[in-house]
Design a protein around this ligand. Structure first.
Ligand code: SF4
Length: 214
C-alpha cells in the first residue's frame, strides 16, 4: 500500500467511525469493517442458518459475495433479482415474510441517516417493515455529510450511472446529469430515509472501508 492509499484508508476509516457513532445514537446497530471479506464473514456468522434471508438488489452485496456464501451452506434465500433485468414480483412480496433482509444504500450520512431511492419501492420498503432483522451494507464511498449531500450524490452520480447500466432510456443516459424526468422507466420514484431505528425492525449498518457499488 503506497502513502496515498494508506492516508486515504485512514481518512475513510475516520469518517466511517463518525458515521458509526451517529448511527448508534440513532438506535441502529453499526460497525465499520475493513474489507468485503470481513463483511461476508460477519454476515455468515450473524445470520441464523435456519431462518430465511431475502435480498434487495445491490451491487455492493454482489461484490461482498454473500448470496453464494449463504446458498452454499443451504440457507433458504429469497432473491427477486436472481435473473438480472427480470422482475420477480411474487418473490418481491415474499421478501416481507422473511426473517432477514439484506440490502445496500445510496448514501449514509455522517449524522447517522440512511438515504435510498428506488424505482418500484420493493427494495426500500422491507428496510423499515416486514423482515425482523435488516442488514444494510455500504462502502465508505457512500458516506456523505448530510441528506442534502446524499441527494446530490444520487442525482449527480449514482442514479444517472445506474440508469445507464440498466439501459433505461431516461434523459440521464444521454445527459451527464439528472433532468428530474417523468420518463416511464424513471428509477427515482421513491425516496426513503431512515432517520432512526424503525420501531419493529432491528437494523444493522455494516460500513466497509472500501469503495463498493454505486
Ligand atoms: S429522475 Fe430521471 S433523469 Fe433524473 S436520475 Fe432519475 S431517471 Fe435519471
Amino acid at each position: 500500500m503506497n502513502a496515498y492509499e494508506k492516508a486515504r484508508r485512514e481518512f475513510d476509516r475516520d469518517r466511517g467511525n463518525v458515521a458509526v457513532k451517529a448511527l448508534r445514537a440513532n438506535r441502529m446497530e453499526a460497525l465499520l469493517l475493513e474489507d468485503k471479506e470481513e463483511a461476508r464473514q460477519y454476515l455468515v456468522n450473524a445470520i441464523d442458518r435456519e431462518k430465511t434471508v431475502a435480498f434487495g438488489d445491490s451491487l455492493t452485496l454482489r461484490e461482498v459475495g454473500i448470496f453464494q456464501a449463504l446458498e452454499e451452506r443451504g440457507q433458504k434465500v429469497v432473491n427477486p433479482f436472481r435473473i438480472p433485468g427480470q422482475d420477480d414480483i411474487e418473490a418481491m412480496y415474499e421478501v416481507f415474510n422473511c426473517y432477514y433482509y439484506l440490502t445496500g444504500s445510496n448514501a449514509v450520512t455522517l449524522d447517522g441517516k440512511i438515504l435510498c431511492v428506488d424505482a418500484i419501492g420493493n427494495r426500500v420498503a422491507p428496510m423499515f417493515f416486514g423482515p425482523k432483522e435488516v442488514f444494510i451494507v455500504a462502502g465508505v464511498n457512500k458516506l456523505v455529510d448530510n441528506l442534502e449531500d446524499g441527494r446530490r450524490r444520487i442525482k449527480e452520480f449514482a442514479a444517472p450511472v445506474n440508469a445507464r447500466r440498466l439501459g433505461k432510456g431516461t434523459p440521464c443516459t444521454t445527459l451527464p446529469k439528472c433532468a428530474d424526468c417523468s420518463h416511464e422507466t424513471r428509477i427515482c420514484n421513491v425516496e426513503v430515509i431512515l432517520h432512526k431505528k424503525p420501531r419493529f425492525t432491528k437494523v444493522t449498518v455494516l460500513l466497509i472501508n472500501e469503495s463498493l457499488g454505486l
